[in-house]
Ligand binder design. Structure first.
Ligand SMILES: *[C@@H]1O[C@H](CO)[C@@H](O)[C@H](O)[C@H]1NC(C)=O
Ligand SMILES: *[C@@H]1O[C@H](CO)[C@@H](O)[C@H](O)[C@H]1NC(C)=O
Ligand SMILES: *[C@@H]1O[C@H](CO)[C@@H](O)[C@H](O)[C@H]1NC(C)=O
Ligand SMILES: *[C@@H]1O[C@H](CO)[C@@H](O)[C@H](O)[C@H]1NC(C)=O
Length: 393
């Protein structure tokens, strides 16, 4: 009775002429934001990929819902692309439109244009000119990303190399990863010297005390200084151990099921298909790279920062959630730097470590036919026992 009386009163207020205009405005605002929101293509969750148990333990997790926004819960999204490689920019644009509608391009750099005198050292620079230029071009592009973050005071940003690829469930994976990075970053001892106002945490859904999130790599290892793990079980996006391709040592996964992913502090890693920096991490990267005493490829330089500097906090995930796509066609197209034999071609593209590759699934994703999603390595699907669950260990 009371409820229906209230409803009648609300209706009559809404019908009163004085309120007609504001009500109409309000309704059109709601409609507008609804249609804007829906303009972002959303990928339906595939398989039994819902979170059934929230992470356990006394740790209290922050909201991870901002990860569903246009910049994946980071302040900005960037891609590294040489202006001549318009083909790679086309491909990245299409893939990213299916997940993260907005990104900015950081132009790749030709090593041949980098003067010796603009380098912190010439120590260990390769003697061969092409090798020198390859190493320096990549190093400078990643450094320009850090420089841009510092110049524009960006609190957190993720960067992708332009041939990066990821699972069609990227956003779900990032939300799960974020619980892990919040947990792992929380346990680092607060760097009191760096806790001044301008160096404060990024207040990010990925946690407030980290420098680098190593999401797209070709091998990563845990850190003896912090052996704690965040464990995601029954994850249908985890490739079978038979199909994990890495180029350095990896975490010991033998105590886990084949469908388990872990988030952990990183001691060493290789390849920079994609990673995120906090403002503090970008500042530290600029400092470390502009005072180098010997040259090495930029991923090794980042690895040294993770392992040598107690205050450079790197968090990783294994298996990786971002990898690099090798497209069908001439393999000459793979690299911006090296020339391969023009005759060599592959008939089908692939991406290591990614079960449902976005690049291999453009057509079904655009058509909205998620039941036609192609699975890599269907013959070896790790056993799943129930929904995704997360725990600390
Ligand atoms: C997405 O969320 C992050 C974290 O809250 C925020 O910094 C960023 O500005 C948001 N992006 C957009 C486009 O609103
Ligand atoms: C740059 O330094 C390298 C290594 O010391 C040297 O071989 C090369 O000739 C230098 N290039 C120029 C243009 O001076
Ligand atoms: C996990 O994967 C390995 C390698 O493919 C396989 O030998 C093993 O039987 C799998 N374990 C389970 C429980 O399926
Ligand atoms: C890997 O983990 C298993 C089980 O947790 C353990 O028995 C084994 O000793 C570990 N291997 C190495 C090389 O640490």
């Amino acid at each position: 009775m009371a409820a229906s009386g209230d409803r009648d009163r609300v209706l009559s207020i809404l019908r009163s002429p004085r309120l007609l205009l504001p009500t109409a405005l309000l309704l059109s605002l709601i409609f507008l934001s609804y249609s804007l929101f829906n303009h972002v293509p959303t990928i339906s969750r595939i398989g039994n990929n819902h979170i059934v148990a929230s992470a356990t333990g006394a740790f209290s997790y922050q909201r991870t819902s901002p990860i569903q926004n246009a910049t994946l819960g980071f302040e900005r999204v960037f891609i590294l692309n040489l202006p001549e490689r318009t083909d790679k920019l086309d491909a990245f644009t299409l893939s990213s439109s299916l997940h993260s509608p907005t990104f900015d391009v950081i132009e790749g750099v030709h090593g041949s244009l980098i003067l010796n005198k603009s380098l912190p050292t010439l120590n260990k620079l390769p003697q061969k000119e092409t090798a020198r230029n390859n190493m320096l071009g990549t190093w400078r592009a990643h450094l320009n990303f850090a420089q841009r973050m510092v110049r524009e005071r960006i609190s957190t940003a993720i960067v992708f190399e332009d041939d990066a690829d990821w699972d069609v469930n990227l956003r779900t994976q990032l939300e799960q990863f974020a619980h892990g990075s919040q947990y792992i970053s929380s346990a680092f001892s607060p760097p009191t010297a760096l806790k001044s106002k301008s160096y404060g945490g990024p207040h990010s859904p990925y946690g407030d005390d980290w420098d680098l999130l190593w999401l797209g790599h070709c091998g990563v290892s845990t850190h003896p200084a912090d052996p704690r793990l965040f464990i995601i079980d029954n994850d249908p996006t985890v490739p079978s151990p038979l199909h994990r391709v890495n180029y350095q040592s990896i975490p010991n996964m033998s105590g886990f099921s084949n469908s388990t992913r872990i988030v952990h502090r990183v001691r060493s890693g290789c390849c920079l298909y994609s990673y995120a920096l906090s403002q503090r991490g970008a500042q530290k990267m600029l400092l470390a790279q502009s005072t180098l005493t010997e040259f090495q490829p930029v991923d090794i330089a980042m690895r040294l920062m993770c392992q040598e500097s107690d205050s450079f906090k790197c968090i990783g995930v294994f298996p990786q959630i971002i990898d690099t796509h090798k497209a069908a066609g001439s393999i000459e197209r793979d690299s911006d730097m090296t020339s391969f034999d023009k005759q060599q071609a592959r008939t089908k593209g692939f991406t290591n470590n990614i079960v449902r590759s976005t690049r291999l699934n453009w057509a079904p994703l655009l058509a909205g036919t998620t039941d036609a999603i192609e699975v890599q390595f269907p013959e070896d699907t790790p056993e799943i026992r129930g929904g995704v669950s997360m725990r600390t260990g």
